[in-house]
Design a protein around this ligand. Structure first.
Ligand code: ADP
Ligand code: MG
Length: 161
């Protein structure tokens, strides 16, 4: 199955943490695409800016196993529970042919519709021709807060085994 995963970081050496997180994900799953990295203001709390990106991966695991692996990576990179600041965050955004609502996992991600820092990198991958799974992107009148800081063309190297 193909899965879009959103990754983010607002703590420590942010670029390094984000790349380390993506590389941990690549140890277990084949990464097919990596968007540009965008910088965004923390939403809902006062904290350092986030770096965000979206990746596309291929997996034969079930969704709960992927969620569990993302949480493992978050912990490896030092995430603490109950702190909105985070060295690494990995969210399942879209999963090919799957709608799921459960207490620990909802797909598509329930808040992705609200988040320009998800919609914008996702649009970038859709424009590059990766599958949309029928998902309708939302456009934002003002995306001034979401600034591209590293171009995806360079990051695509991360998708090479
Ligand atoms: P967010 O990523 O939205 O900022 P958190 O990272 O704190 O929030 O995640 C809170 C919980 O949301 C996770 O522990 C997880 O069980 C749950 N969750 C529900 N749906 C998803 C999803 N699609 N991807 C990742 N986590 C999810
Ligand atoms: Mg999360």
């Amino acid at each position: 199955m193909l899965v879009y995963v959103g990754v983010g970081c607002n703590e420590g050496e942010r670029f390094v943490n984000l790349i380390r997180g993506i590389r941990f994900i690549a140890k277990r799953y084949v990464i097919l695409a990596v968007s540009s990295i965008y910088r965004t203001k923390a939403v809902g709390f006062k904290g350092r800016d986030f770096l965000n990106a979206v990746i596309l991966l291929r997996t034969y695991d079930n969704p709960f196993a992927v969620l569990s692996y993302l949480k493992t990576v978050e912990h490896l990179l030092g995430r603490r529970s109950n702190d909105p600041n985070r060295p690494f965050d990995g969210d399942i955004l879209l999963w090919e042919n799957l709608y799921l609502e459960s207490p620990i996992l909802t797909v598509p991600h329930p808040r992705m519709y609200l988040r320009a820092f998800v919609q914008i990198p996702l649009m970038e991958l859709f424009k590059r021709g990766f599958p949309t799974f029928g998902y309708k992107l939302r456009t934002f009148a003002d995306v001034g807060d979401v600034v591209k800081v590293v171009d995806g063309a360079a990051l695509q190297l991360l998708a090479v085994d």
